[in-house]
Design a protein around this ligand. Structure first.
Ligand code: HEM
Ligand code: NAG
Length: 520
């Protein structure tokens, strides 16, 4: 999501405000002295550790994780000290903390500089998270046909295989387009989910938010609104989103007015007074993200502008995460062609039993494992469960961190831990189909470690990614379709590109893939 020019820009801005940051580093809480540090602990020198973290985050985290034997350690980031909780017990402490002590929202608002970028009408609610958790997840089986229809359409359109010839496509861009269309089939439905301008707008918005957050974040608070107004084109993107969804929103609000609030939830058939057209329309309209947001929104959020901003945020959370994950999946498939045949069999067996349905997907254990192994080796971020301490927080081992500290789990290091995953550097696509402990590894507490590692990919606890079931379903449906439909390979002489990191985030490199119609 972040490219190298953003990286350079951030550095530029960083150096401009060195003096400002130095000043703030002098304020350090003595409570933190009890926690081992990766890099310098000294207030001024720690600034260099913070810069180093931007360049080399995943390695710094791994170092701390190993050095402390899965303990508690801290490292400087540009704005704050961050304390890493590595063991299952410490991570459990973080999970159990209440939102007014360790806040995911506060850390996200700061990271995204959300007051100046996302700028939701009501920053105090994240009702979209509940909508995703309840409505989207509950509708995975019901919307499966649509998801599959749309992913086939968009793959067909993006990968024009003709006869037996190979076609070359850029993996990342192609999968962004496919995932955008497929996901938006369930967010807004056709025809908007096929409108390239609409899809591009949503993709660009996410990139812009990250870019402007990096820049605005470097400025002291009084300057932020000014910088935001001068630099940001986000308001114009919000206006464009409003225009795209305006006709649907206006029509649906009118219907809700006419037929009552709850028509969207309950099958409309109960009413005999409605004419048939309205019944069909109401049913067609009821199962999408926009509709769910319209039903659940309140106050200022229940407006065209409020909904447009939320739709952008939901797209932000959904699209890049899913398309990057699927890009990584494809890179592993192209690098390890010996998996193609067993994956085809896995899909064909399940489809023979259940058809192309959610139930069928649930039976594809090799497809499932392949995805999980990809996420183990190539997560999008080597940290999850990032929280900001709003009050002092005491871990179960007695160590207290002051308010204002970031807390997170070093998920990437955990997933690269050889005592949890033997030969962690090796891509073992079917690792997760084998019974646990198959390798005879009896390290004490390994089960707990393993369980924690498994859960951390999407975060863990109350704030675990609410879209994870939908995302997993979509990525598995994509992979299953790709393996049975195409032959795939890298260009002659090419291999998987290496990813790069900025802070703890990881971005896959770019590469082309060759596709042709499956030959046998
Ligand atoms: C493979 C794709 C995805 C990955 C790897 C992913 C990963 C994550 C992670 C690691 C978190 C943070 C959890 C924590 O810190 O404890 C998160 C949060 C979130 N994700 Fe996802 N996600 C994906 C897809 C989606 C999709 C498809 C949606 C929406 C439909 C979505 C919506 C969200 C939201 C709204 C949050 C914030 C939750 C909160 O504040 O409580 N994600 N995601
Ligand atoms: C970063 O995370 C990935 C897994 O998600 C892991 O494979 C990699 O080893 C991690 N990097 C380091 C240096 O720990």
């Amino acid at each position: 999501m972040v490219d190298e020019s953003t990286l350079r820009l951030s550095f530029l801005a960083a150096s401009v405000f060195v003096a400002f940051l130095f000043a703030s580093w002098y304020r350090r809480d003595p409570l933190l002295d009890a926690i081992p540090t990766v890099g310098f602990s000294d207030p001024i020198l720690s600034y260099f550790s913070a810069l180093r973290f931007i360049l080399d985050g995943p390695l710094r985290l791994k170092y701390g994780y190993e050095k402390t034997g899965r303990g508690l350690f801290k490292t400087a980031t540009l704005r704050r000290w961050m304390v890493l909780a590595s063991s299952p017990e410490l991570i459990e402490d973080v999970r159990k903390a209440s939102d007014d002590v360790l806040s995911i929202t506060a850390s996200a608002i700061e990271f995204l500089q959300a007051d100046y970028t996302l700028d939701l009408l009501d920053m105090n609610t994240d009702y979209h998270t509940d909508v995703i958790r309840a409505k989207l997840t509950r509708n995975i089986a019901a919307t499966f046909k649509d998801v599959r229809d749309e992913l086939i359409r968009s793959l067909d359109a993006s990968i024009p295989v003709l006869g037996d010839d190979w076609v070359k496509v850029p993996v990342m861009e192609t999968m962004q387009r496919v995932v955008s269309a497929t996901t938006n089939r369930v967010f807004v439905g056709p025809p908007l989910c096929r409108n390239q301008e609409y899809l591009t707008l949503n993709l660009n918005y996410a990139v812009n938010v990250m870019k402007f957050a990096a820049i605005i974040g470097m400025f002291p608070r009084p300057l932020k609104p000014i910088v935001a107004r001068m630099l940001s084109n986000l308001p114009s993107q919000i206006r464009q989103e409003m225009e795209f969804i305006r006709p649907m929103v206006e029509e649906r609000f009118a219907r809700m007015e006419e037929f009552g609030e709850d028509w969207d939830d309950k099958p409309v058939r109960r009413s005999t007074s409605l004419d048939v057209n309205v019944v069909i329309n109401a049913e067609a309209l009821q199962n999408d993200m926009l509709m769910w947001l319209m039903s659940e929104s309140k106050g200022v959020e229940r407006s065209l502008e409020g909904l447009a901003r939320r739709m952008l945020v939901v797209n932000f959370a959904a699209i890049h995460s899913t398309s990057t994950t699927f890009t990584n999946v494809l890179y592993h498939l192209l690098s390890n062609p010996e998996y193609v045949e067993p994956l085809r069999q896995d899909v064909e067996t399940a489809v023979a039993e259940e058809g192309w349905t959610k139930a069928g997907l649930d039976k594809m254990h090799k497809i499932d494992s392949f995805l999980r192994e990809t996420q183990r080796m190539d997560s999008l971020d080597n940290l999850t469960m990032i929280r900001l301490a709003l009050r002092p927080f005491t871990f179960s081992n007695g160590v207290t961190v002051p308010a204002g500290t970031l807390i997170a789990a070093p998920t990437g290091a955990i997933n690269g831990d050889g005592e949890i995953f033997p030969n962690p550097e090796e891509f073992d696509g079917f690792r997760f189909t084998k019974p646990r402990g198959h390798d005879g590894n009896t390290v004490a507490g390994r089960q707990a470690l393993y369980k924690t590692a498994e859960q951390l990919i999407f975060g863990y606890g109350r704030h675990a990614c609410p879209g994870r079931f939908f995302a997993v379903n979509e990525v598995k449906a994509l992979l299953a379709h790709v393996v049975v439909t195409y032959d795939v390979k890298f260009e002659e002489g090419k291999q998987a590109p290496s990813s790069f990191s900025i802070g703890s985030m990881r971005v896959p490199g770019k590469a082309n893939a060759m596709f042709r119609k499956r030959q046998r």
